[in-house]
Design a binder for this molecule. Structure first.
Ligand SMILES: NC(=O)c1ccc[n+]([C@@H]2O[C@H](COP(=O)([O-])OP(=O)(O)OC[C@H]3O[C@@H](n4cnc5c(N)ncnc54)[C@H](OP(=O)(O)O)[C@@H]3O)[C@@H](O)[C@H]2O)c1
Length: 279
């Protein structure tokens, strides 16, 4: 591992558990120092920090990993988050916007409150963190000599295959991810050449309390490739997006092709029902 690669810092939101933890560990394994963001899962966040630090080479003398609490619905707190990471690590090179509110509503129960909650954490926070990274990288560039080799920073936004295969369940969540997909393009335009902005859209990857293990396995197989994405697939794609220097303003779908099919309901509500797609 080169000194340059071991000095890179990535902030991964919602990295205490589940997909975010998997992404954090994959990036630490690739030499990234990881800022682990969490909201309520403090103990799990400390475990992710310890596991990430353990994956970095013993001779990395800088801060290897650290945890940062922040409610992404709180705009002031979100504005403080990236500067706090810079204060601890000395720099930030990338942000993975993984954390997400995922609460059920539909067209009948939709409310401004539900919409605002999802838009704040899933869309607004992701945009503010991109804005903060851009500001930080501009300040860093101002201190460098003209001959310094510059690599753009990178923001990866976790989207969802259901944007390409819509159903009206989880109405506000879906709207917030659709807005983030639009922001992915707008930010790539606005923040180049300082930043690249890439979407990663998983298919059904992790189960929820709404599905039994058998139901999850059956739904996971329901794709053209006979398997949706695993956490390792998604984490590897995030790493690829962070490290490939020519990708920006686009989204990589990692879903076994589920977006090519049509489902009438959200996966988490398809347990118990006969598995079928719609025409
Ligand atoms: N899981 C899948 O199969 C799947 C499929 C398609 C897309 N995705 C996308 O992939 C990403 C990760 O999925 P996941 O299932 O691992 O996510 P998740 O478990 O639903 O949520 C990840 C974390 O987000 C944090 N979070 C939620 N609301 C927050 C808020 N207001 N402020 C700060 N943090 C907040 C929580 O942190 P704390 O626990 O610390 O509170 C939570 O652990 C999401 O963006 C999701 O939309 C996932």
């Amino acid at each position: 591992m080169s000194a340059a690669s071991s000095s890179r810092v990535v902030l991964v939101t919602g990295a205490a558990r589940r997909l975010g933890r998997e992404i954090a560990l994959a990036l630490a394994g690739a030499g990234w120092r990881v800022a682990v963001h969490y909201r309520g899962s403090a103990e799990d966040a400390e475990q992710t920090v310890a596991d990430c630090a353990g994956l970095l080479a013993a001779d990395v003398s800088q801060v290897k990993s650290a945890a940062f609490a922040c409610d992404l619905n709180d705009e002031d707190a979100v504005r403080r988050l990236l500067p706090q990471v810079v204060a601890q690590f000395g720099r930030v090179d990338a942000v993975v916007n993984n954390a997400s509110t995922f609460e059920f509503d539909d067209a009948a129960s939709f409310s401004y409150a539900a919409m605002e909650k999802h838009l704040r954490s899933n869309t607004g926070a992701a945009i503010l963190l991109a804005q903060a990274l851009h500001t930080h990288l501009l300040a860093r560039q101002a201190q460098q000599t003209e001959n310094t080799e510059r690599q753009p920073g990178c923001v990866v936004n976790l989207l969802d295959q259901k944007l390409w295969n819509p159903n009206p369940d989880f109405f506000s969540y879906t709207l917030s991810k659709a807005a983030l997909e639009a922001a992915n393009t707008l930010l790539a335009q606005a923040l180049a050449p300082v930043l690249r902005v890439v979407g990663v859209a998983p298919g059904l990857t992790m189960t929820s309390h709404m599905l039994s293990a058998e139901e999850f396995a059956a739904l996971h197989r329901l794709s053209p490739l006979g398997r949706s994405s695993t956490p390792a697939d998604v984490a590897a794609t995030v790493r690829f997006a962070l490290e490939n220097q020519s990708i920006t303003g686009t989204t990589l779908l990692v879903d076994g092709g589920q977006h090519l099919m049509k489902f009438g309901r959200d996966f988490s509500l398809m347990g118990g029902a006969p598995l079928k797609t719609i025409d």
